[in-house]
Design a protein around this ligand. Sequence first.
Ligand code: ADP
Length: 175
Amino acid sequence: MKRTVRAVYPGSFDPITNGHIYIAERAAAIFDEVRVSILVNPQKHSTFSVEERHAMAREALSYLPNVTVDHFTGLLVDYLRQERSRVIIRGLRAMSDFEYEFQMALMNRQLAPEIETFFIVTDPKYSYLSSSVIRDIFQFGGTVHDMVPPGVFRRLRERFPPISQGRDPRRNGHA
Ligand code: ADP
């Protein structure tokens, strides 16, 4: 009987961007199941609640039948064991990601040697994209609609109403 290989793609997804979606889509083409899992860290301030992040991710990824969305708290390797997964997916944008990701991968291997971290390289057009960049650009009135799915754009508008946009002297028509 064929074994189902489930991969977990963990992250903050605060909010999910087109860069995250690109990684999930490529992972979905390789693994039987991909679980996009939002790490709930009570110590870390997030812009969107876990429910909002969950809803945005679910909506954006609904076109991928083998991708599901979940959230977890605590150690990633414990979550993987609980989910019967042995694969962690992470995205790489630039060398600046590498050092941190490499350290995390080694730490996770130390904690759980049976678990493998898979890195998927981003598309160059997403290499500058991060959730924090999106939040910053949006708050200062920049255009982000081609960097995030429509549901995220809508929620950003609700979260940061136009009064906080477009007043920054740096704006000058572009981000
Ligand atoms: P974390 O706080 O765990 O880094 P993020 O939501 O910022 O959570 O990122 C989750 C994963 O997605 C990380 O592996 C990160 O490198 C990757 N990622 C984030 N943005 C992009 C992007 N634009 N292209 C490819 N991968 C990305």
